[in-house]
Design a protein around this ligand. Sequence first.
Ligand SMILES: NC(=O)c1ccc[n+]([C@@H]2O[C@H](COP(=O)([O-])OP(=O)(O)OC[C@H]3O[C@@H](n4cnc5c(N)ncnc54)[C@H](O)[C@@H]3O)[C@@H](O)[C@H]2O)c1
Length: 265
Amino acid sequence: MLCPLSPVTHLGRSLNTRILSQRTSLSTSNCFRRISSNSPAPVGVERALQASKNPSNESTLFTREFSLADRVALISGARRGIGLEAAFTLAEAGARAVYCVDLAQDPGEEWTKVREFATRMGLGSVHYVQGDVRDQAQMWKVGETVGDREGRLDVCVAAAGILGGNIPSLEYTGQTFQDVVDVNLKGVLFTAQAAGRQMVRLEQGGSIIMIASICGSVAVEPTIFDVAYHAMKSGVLQLARSMACELGPKGIRVNTVSPGFVRTR
Ligand SMILES: NC(=O)c1ccc[n+]([C@@H]2O[C@H](COP(=O)([O-])OP(=O)(O)OC[C@H]3O[C@@H](n4cnc5c(N)ncnc54)[C@H](O)[C@@H]3O)[C@@H](O)[C@H]2O)c1
């Protein structure tokens, strides 16, 4: 007989439904065994429909799936701007430790005030690490040190980036182009590698987020003249797609965020 399948809420289940509905000779018990071994736990409305009468002890979506409790993050370009905002947001969301990598030796007043505020709020620890995203060996070492110290590395935000300058494309020099490549493309790769290598080593998966830009997808008017910046942000989008396909099976998500214009200090 046909299995009494509940409404489909998951792609895997949808597939099961199709496969099982074609096998009209399956017994009910066989069918349930097959479903329970293949199906993930129910979520959303399906979870509510299957819940016990007293669900008061159940976790919510935000305490379970979106919680960053005990998570550890590594963020490049996090001395200020979008990187520092991301660092504080991850701490607010419950991360146990957030490591901010940036060029300067001294974290500076703004970063220090943010850290002090996070401490007063009783949030997780926020650390500053001097590092240059252009230096692959150094970035890998930073990742390794965090992995060894924390026993995990769950989140990476590659935010460090520079502008080449407001230079007409016909005047753009090879050296300026190379400088932008080094930070905005190679630096993003090296940052993602630093974290990704630990995510694989520690076998806990993770999430890598690369900060691209609206300028990587469209040519906006009015804009600054910066062909290298625009081209490298486009490169970040494809870098992420490529790494996402490769690392997805290892439990590592790779995504990009493309901000519009954001006023930072
Ligand atoms: N602000 C915007 O309007 C905007 C829009 C779209 C995308 N973005 C992107 O968001 C990211 C952050 O931008 P932002 O506005 O916060 O910039 P920002 O200049 O305020 O901060 C960038 C940080 O990166 C650091 N950095 C630069 N080179 C580095 C290197 N080699 N190694 C380590 N750190 C380095 C800087 O010291 C700085 O602290 C950049 O990738 C930028 O391209 C910004």
